[in-house]
Design a protein around this ligand. Structure first.
Ligand code: NDP
Length: 294
């Protein structure tokens, strides 16, 4: 193996540490305690785990965590009423509606009901539009984490060739915009792309956000490239315990790449860390304070 392993767990810990310092500073200097409210509808086991971990990390950073649970059969108007109440609550600076929502609820309508200034998931069309126009915006957490990880390898992304595989609103599209803002030259690929391996081989930066286990092979990677693997694919392991693998064939790619993120322990931990960053940013903006140095 030649690649340097990008330790997302450690980098996320450092980000959370900086958020905690800044949160303590705004509490001391401005009497402002950032608050994050998570809305969980139903009992999806994976969502329950994510929500618990978000609440724990929010409190550990010195911020207030609010949790609102609604039953799986909640009507859309009940979810919208909950969002509306949080929009008006001055102690809440960030609102996250845990996705996916149970069947029958329209996630687009629910997301559109969130005050864009509190949209710490960055999924509101207002924030997506601002990001796409090159303006300041609350940005989805996973792509933000991808950029932070990349910058531990390349301080400046100007002129680098990047490929983003996947065009979802959650990952691929905002990542494309963030890379453009960093002056990278970006190709975005998807299921209809022709000759993906050849396109990939031209990239200095490879982002795989597909949801297909080990799709990106070692011979797709340009020697020395930086590979950021967003994919989380669960494989049933021994003793009923799932094993996680990414969208990149790790061992093969690591033999060619210059730097690579592992799965788990790469992009995953950065997502919650960036949620805390966004909550702190939203809290500062609510008081007209300058963006925090995180
Ligand atoms: P989506 O299913 O919304 O999007 C997948 C994208 O991959 C689509 O744009 C699709 O193309 C594209 N695609 C599918 N098959 C191929 C193919 N054969 N070749 C090229 N492109 C293909 O997924 P998400 O963006 O939500 O998530 C992607 C992965 O990232 C998943 O594994 C998910 O679990 C993981 N994830 C990880 C997070 C983390 O914190 N680490 C957070 C969020 C997601 P098309 O548009 O044409 O259908």
């Amino acid at each position: 193996m030649t690649a340097r392993i990008i330790d997302g767990k450690l980098i996320a810990e450092q980000v959370r540490g900086r958020v905690a310092e800044e949160a303590a500073r705004v509490a001391r200097d401005h009497g402002l305690t950032p608050g994050l409210a998570v809305v969980l509808v139903g009992h999806d086991p994976a969502s329950e785990v994510y929500v618990r971990s978000k609440a724990k990390q929010t409190r550990a950073a010195g911020m207030t965590s609010f949790e609102h649970r609604l039953p799986a059969d909640a009507a859309e108007r009940d979810v919208l009423a909950q969002v509306d109440q949080l929009n008006r609550d001055p102690a809440v600076h960030g609102i996250l509606v845990q996705l996916p929502l149970p069947k029958g609820l329209d996630s687009q309508r629910v997301i559109a009901a969130i005050d864009p200034a509190k949209d710490v998931d960055g999924l509101h069309p207002f924030n997506a539009g601002r990001l796409a126009s090159g303006f300041d915006a609350l940005t989805p957490c996973t792509p933000l984490g991808c950029i932070m990880l990349t910058k531990t390898v390349h301080a400046d992304l100007t002129g680098l060739n990047a490929i983003v595989i996947g065009r979802s609103n959650l990952v691929g599209r905002p990542l494309l915009q963030l890379l453009l803002n960093e002056n990278a030259t970006v190709t975005i690929a998807h299921s209809r792309t022709r000759d993906l391996p050849a396109l990939c081989r031209q990239a200095d930066l490879v982002y795989a956000a597909v949801g297909r286990r080990e799709m990106v092979r070692g011979d797709w990677i340009k020697p020395g490239a930086t590979v950021i693997d967003v994919g989380i694919n669960r494989i049933p392991g021994e003793g009923g315990k799932d094993r996680l693998v990414g969208d990149v064939a790790f061992a093969e790619a690591a033999a060619v790449a210059g730097a690579i993120t592992p799965v788990p322990g790469g992009v995953g931990p950065m997502t919650v860390a960036c949620l805390l960053v966004n909550t702190l940013r939203a809290a500062c903006a609510s008081r007209g304070l300058p963006p925090p140095a995180v």
